[in-house]
Design a protein around this ligand. Sequence first.
Ligand code: T46
Length: 136
Amino acid sequence: MQVIKYMFQPHGDNRGQLVALEEYKDIPFEIKRVYYMYDTGEGVVRGHHAHKTLQQILICIHGSCKIKLDNGREQKEVALEKPYEGLYVSNAMWREMYDFSSDAVLLVLASELYDENDYIRDYNDFIDFVNTLESR
Ligand code: T46
């Protein structure tokens, strides 16, 4: 399983750093939604689902966290700890987010608007979904 991590270009000068992200240039899709999570408690695991169509880029813009990606065949753990790195998460990918530092802010750029029908929340349903995609 290939993990796709983007290293964004920080525009630094003596005032500090600035990262700019443009759809189809720095981000491989149209950005239809932005959300972020913070104040995540110690020991909390978020996610536990996959998406049928949604693609996302996860950026830990402050602090750090870990992401487990599972494509139904293989699992990988990725640490996000720099505000200029972004993890691409495709559709049909089970994800879990954990080990949030107390100051972590996880920003997500999403290719679609929020749609509960796009979620696969049961792991066995996820495996069925992956098998169906692969048999096409
Ligand atoms: C994902 C991972 C990385 C909304 O109302 N609008 C939204 O756009 C989102 C993302 C969530 N919500 C509501 C739905 C729930 O009542 O916010 C609440 C928490 O959402 P959820 O439990 O889905 O959060 P996570 O952290 O488990 O998952 C989120 C995204 O939902 C998901 O698409 O890939 O972050």
